[in-house]
Design a protein around this ligand. Structure first.
Ligand code: C2E
Ligand code: MG
Ligand code: MG
Length: 481
């Protein structure tokens, strides 16, 4: 079994690796090709010993996999997750000195036979050779994450401190005499993606040779059957107007309680559906259930908007807007009470399609939100062209807002940015009352997070809603007494 901080996420990563292999391997192949001619870093006076081109690093990993000691080589994908791009909103970017410092710290954990490759300004791969125990691999991943989390002072302190939020995904393979190093890379890339939601931002995956592929095929067949049999469920997480503290909307989130595996990660469900042509079915299921539940809640005097998550693949589905229109008619729903959430990365990757898609849905009267904002690469000016109504600030910036001054500045800048483009600002991951209060002071319009409520089943939502509003009325009276 995988060793890691969050079993659920790693299990998801392991099960997901075959799916990810195709897409991540193609992305990684592109990255390898980009750096094959030699890393840019050499030009930038970065220290070059142990620095190799991405392609060479993968070749070395392949050689190691062909030896008996395969399980002792670990591939790490490090995403710098550079918040200085966000800080660049307000200040000059100190890119090169930051990268030099990053490389200095990366090299600090390497041993003689280890290698690293800088594949982009945001991503570094590391190949650690001959680690005697799994615990050491874990230690290396965590040390890397921690050392890069320390603030970086550049320009002798004349510039503001840069705070990275590094994510580390690690993968190694047990008994894999003929394994493809690309599968290992895909697994590490997938683990790195999952690390964004892991508490300590590190996910470690151990691949049991072919087992992961078999596992995944089984899960896929079961998911297909569950979708057909209506065995999935939609939970709803309240969204709160921070001024009035009233619940104004909910986000629909898919849930699947597998008979033996327990709750399956929603991200795994979504990515598996996307890979295997089931995403249309999943979105239809969530859309229709959400509108049906909304109709039921209206009978309980609850009138809230509802948001559903849309993946990149639906952007290319020309029939999607028609399906939404049909569903709205079926459930006599008000289109202005339906929000479609698209992640920043899906919009950036499919700019033209995203624009057409959004324009059509906006014409129907639906609202559009940009999800997980701050984690992608979009330039801010470019937001202007999309008919967006809401900007959802990623929980990564919100979670430590009380402790981290840098996060406060980012969130404040993003709230202002949303308002500049006439969007509502929504903060995800609001976990405490103090965070909610601070966000309100910053002018953030809406909050969503465990402080208000975790996602709840449709049937429980009316009870939560009425009790929550009752407690709102009681609180001022209690405070006065
Ligand atoms: P998302 O759309 O960004 O959803 C927010 C996630 O943050 C949810 O995770 C929610 O449970 C979690 N969350 C909310 N408040 C807090 C908080 O205060 N603290 C923390 N730590 N987490 C909080 P969940 O339900 O596991 O979903 C994860 C992701 O899976 C979603 O991220 C979305 O990208 C995807 N997803 C979920 N349901 C669907 C779906 O029906 N369709 C599609 N395409 N994707 C979905
Ligand atoms: Mg969402
Ligand atoms: Mg989100």
């Amino acid at each position: 079994m995988p060793t890691n901080s969050s079993d659920r996420q790693t299990t998801a990563a392991v099960a997901n690796v075959a799916a990810a292999a195709a897409s991540a391997a193609s992305a990684s192949t592109a990255a390898v090709a980009n750096v094959a001619a030699g890393p840019d870093a050499a030009e930038a006076d970065l220290p070059v010993s142990q620095l190799v081109a991405g392609r060479e690093l993968i070749q070395r990993a392949g050689e190691m996999l062909r030896t008996a000691a395969a399980s002792r080589a670990v591939l790490l994908v490090l995403s710098l997750n550079r918040s200085d791009r966000l800080l660049a909103l307000a200040q000059d970017q100190a890119s090169r000195p930051v990268m030099l410092e990053v490389v200095r710290r990366v090299r600090g954990i390497l041993r003689t036979h280890d290698r690293y490759a800088i594949v982009s300004h945001d991503e570094i791969w590391l190949l650690l050779a001959d680690l005697p125990t799994a615990a050491l691999a874990e230690l290396a991943a965590r040390t890397l994450q921690q050392t890069l989390s320390r603030p970086i002072h550049v320009d002798h302190g004349r510039r503001p401190v840069v705070q990275l939020r590094p994510l580390v995904g690690a993968a190694w393979m047990a008994q894999s005499l003929h394994a493809d190093p690309m599968v290992l890379l895909a697994a590490a890339a997938e683990a790195c993606q999952n690390a964004r939601r892991a508490e300590d931002h590190v996910v470690i995956t151990r691949l049991e040779s072919d087992e992961h592929a078999v596992n995944r095929n089984e899960l896929e067949a079961e998911l297909r059957a569950a979708l057909q049999g209506n065995d999935l469920e939609v939970y709803y997480q309240p969204q709160i107007d921070l001024k009035t503290r009233r619940c104004v909307a909910v986000e629909a989130l898919i849930r699947w309680e597998h008979p033996t595996r327990g709750m399956v990660s929603p991200q795994l469900i979504a990515s598996m559906c996307e890979e295997r042509g089931m995403i249309g079915q999943l979105t239809q299921f969530v859309l229709n259930n959400t509108l049906r539940h909304q109709m039921f809640w209206r009978t309980q005097s609850i009138d809230v908007s509802a948001a559903i998550n849309i993946t990149a693949m639906s952007l290319a589905d020309a029939t999607f807007p028609g399906q939404v229109q049909q569903a709205l008619a079926t459930w006599s729903a008000d289109p202005r009470r339906l929000t479609l959430e698209l992640t920043e990365s899906s919009i950036v990757e499919n700019e033209r399609l995203a624009l057409e898609f959004m324009n059509e849905l906006a014409r129907l009267g639906c609202h559009l939100a940009i999800d997980d904002f701050g984690t992608g690469y979009s330039s801010f000016a470019y937001l202007r062209q999309f008919p967006l109504n809401e900007l959802k600030i990623d929980q990564m910036f919100v979670r430590n807002i009380l402790k981290e001054e840098g996060d406060q500045r980012i969130v404040h800048a993003l709230v202002d940015l949303a308002h500049t483009f006439e969007m509502r600002a929504l903060a995800e991951g609001v976990e405490t009352l103090e965070a909610a209060d601070l966000l309100e002071q910053m002018g953030c319009d809406i909050g969503q997070g465990y402080h208000f409520s975790r996602p709840v089943p449709a049937k429980q939502f009316p009870l939560w809603y009425h009790q929550y509003h009752k407690s709102l009325v009681q609180q001022p009276a209690e405070a006065a007494a």
